[in-house]
Write a protein that binds this ligand. Structure first.
Ligand code: SAH
Length: 266
């Protein structure tokens, strides 16, 4: 049955008190992956400050008279400084607004939501957290790649590829590779050559399955299935793929089996 009304649901949705900041995750893209709490927040907030990665269809769900502001930080592009975003959240809350800070995926997974929470604590501003569906798990799942199976892995590593080029970081990548567990990487495309070299140095087989899921859960989704030894060449063959999740390890190799009968959501 189509989703009619939040009020018809038996759940209790708290009032959004003026002067509070709600730090929420919007999921990886597909609006149907929003949580009900995030939808409630979108419908009641006075001001929404969102990241560039939040899907446009989600932003249509706000109250018609609410104020919508982009505060995205995308690598390499000029964008609001983190300190300015923090200050804006604090100022709006002190101005007695219902402030919704909406981030892609989960707010506390590589989203600087933790930093914003600390700034709110320092300023004495009350806040709540609305977890979101993180791209590194959901984007892979919907592409036919499970986070774990008992046959392949007993742990999964979520890693940021953002600061991967200095020597300390390379040593970290080598240690992660030595665990033998799948490594799911956010923000890893621009540093991919260095990261892959570290994995090979760590003794990872060049045949290790790799998948790159670009624009996961959106209409532009593309999936590249390859091997560690070929991924750098393959990844930079076509158009730049962003945003993208890269997974290296045995779970990536399960995709071809899953796709035999896995039906895609339309
Ligand atoms: N808080 C977010 C992650 C923010 S970091 C979360 O929990 O998902 C930004 C990175 O997330 C991007 O560089 C990319 O690696 C990943 N990402 C976010 N949305 C994505 C999507 N729809 N498809 C693929 N990767 C995505």
């Amino acid at each position: 049955m189509p989703f009619q009304s939040l009020d018809a649901a038996v759940f209790d949705f708290p009032e959004f008190p003026p002067g509070e900041v709600w730090l929420a995750g919007a999921g990886p893209g597909d609006p149907r992956l929003l949580t009900l709490l995030a939808l409630h927040a979108l419908r009641t907030a006075d001001v929404i400050i969102h990241d560039a990665l939040v899907d446009e269809r989600i932003l249509t769900l706000i109250r018609p008279d609410a104020t919508l502001t982009l505060a995205g930080k995308r690598g390499g592009q000029p964008s609001a400084k983190q300190g300015d975003i923090n200050q804006r959240l604090i100022d709006l809350a002190r101005d007695n607004k219902r402030v919704l800070r909406l981030k892609g995926g989960d707010p506390f997974v590589f989203g600087r939501g933790g930093e914003e929470a600390l700034a709110l604590v320092d300023a004495g501003v009350p806040f709540r957290v609305i977890p979101g569906v993180t791209a590194g798990l959901s984007g892979l799942a919907l592409a036919g790649i499970p986070a774990t199976t008992r046959d392949t892995n007993h742990a999964v590593i979520l890693a940021s590829g953002h600061r991967a080029v200095d020597s300390g970081a390379i040593a970290d990548w080598i240690r992660l590779a030595q665990t033998g567990q799948p490594i799911v990487m956010y923000m890893a495309i621009s540093n991919l050559p260095g990261i892959v070299a570290a994995f090979l140095d760590a003794g990872m087989a060049s045949e290790t399955p790799v998948a790159i899921v670009c624009s996961a859960t959106t209409r532009d989704e593309r999936v590249l299935e390859t091997r560690l030894g070929d991924v750098v060449k393959d990844a930079f063959d076509g158009e730049i793929c962003a945003p993208a999740i890269v997974v290296v390890g045995a779970t990536a190799g399960l995709r071809s089996q899953f796709l035999k009968t896995m039906v895609r959501w339309q």
